[in-house]
Design a protein around this ligand. Sequence first.
Ligand SMILES: Nc1ncnc2c1ncn2[C@@H]1O[C@H](COP(=O)(O)OP(=O)(O)OP(=O)(O)O)[C@@H](O)[C@H]1O
Ligand SMILES: [Mg+2]
Length: 418
Amino acid sequence: MRELREVMHGLSRVKPFAPALLATLVLTGIDAMTPPAAALIVAALIMGYFLRPSPRVKRESKDSKTEIHRNEAEMTILDILPDPVVLVDSRRTVLAATKAAKDMIGPAMVGRDLSQSLRQPQLLSAVSQSFQSGDAQHLETQFSGSLARTFDVHVLALNHEDPARRRAMLVFHDVTERLKLEGMQSDFVANVSHELRTPLSALTGFIETLRGPARDDAEARARFLSIMEMEAWRMARLVDDLLSLSRVEVNEHVRPQGRVNLTELLKTVIATLAQTAQERGNKIVLREGANLPDVTGDEDQLVEVFNNLLSNALKYGAENTTVEVRLDAVARIVDIAVPGVAVAIRNAGEGIASEHIPRLTERFYRIDKGRSRAIGGTGLGLAIVKHIVNRHRGKLTIESAPGEGATFTVQLPEFKTP
Ligand SMILES: Nc1ncnc2c1ncn2[C@@H]1O[C@H](COP(=O)(O)OP(=O)(O)OP(=O)(O)O)[C@@H](O)[C@H]1O
Ligand SMILES: [Mg+2]
């Protein structure tokens, strides 16, 4: 912050060059800076330039309305900044606000006391503090309302050495998304650790038992070893799924280029699941609509999508029923408005209550954790499916009601020669 004040102070001495300096900064350095730093520096430079009492300004009326107009005009330059910026005088009257600030706080804030527009006591006391001390203040503050948001706010004291012209500049930077991502990241790490620890503690527990009480019990040994094998496989599957998820995430912005015939691909997936289906007394049938185009896709990833969805249909669907896979040409994929193919996978069974449906594609989300774990699920399958479908610019929809089974539909854009 001190550096900033020095920049402004220095600027007052090189005033004739300030616009050129500013232009250079905007053109060269701003891309590389973090948004709040860029906003602060550009704002400080502009304010530093405009707020110096020039001889012309000194002769101007001291009427605050005139000053508001002048500042408003100058502040429009800052409208290019995505971060809201507000300028107040030492009586806390808002002298100017950028477009982003007016959009966020309300258009009528200029000319009024700041406390009429902003009701955050911490923020108001940071402004008073900056006037008293001349030091910059930094705080995080919440805005409630229909869309709750968190802002990182820098309050900058301007012209502190001249009591008559003291100003405070507030620069708001929205950190809601960053905080959400950080929260998701730490939840994810906590979930992964928990999911890995469960099979690990089973393994260490059984090792102890085999060394101790079950040492000479051949029958218990065989039973425990097979449980240990299952737990070890579960860990391996979890690691595979995590790797698969991170690979898909890395590539998500790169559109696949391949040409895929979905009928052929689904036949292969169905064949690999034939034995699992048979063990549960299930049948998988494939029904095709007319005039199916090929789709644009990554074959391996699409195998992963349909393998996940069909395995789920078998795992969570009722035994001794038929799982239906329907392929249809669609003229317009919902929300995307391009032609493509819809693959609907329908299973009979207990279905899914509506409150769970939007959350199924979250990592590790399982309706019945115990049950999913018992049948070897990690809760990552649908998260992977969602990311792959997004990468394909496709659409995943889930329809279900308790007692009515479930239908998972994937729509994929048709192949176009690149
Ligand atoms: N066809 C379905 N019918 C009912 N519930 C389903 C169906 N498919 C998925 N679910 C529910 O959604 C949850 C998440 O599915 P997902 O495929 O992400 O994880 P999983 O099958 O438990 O594990 P994984 O696929 O990673 O082995 C499942 O645990 C299950 O509760
Ligand atoms: Mg699954």
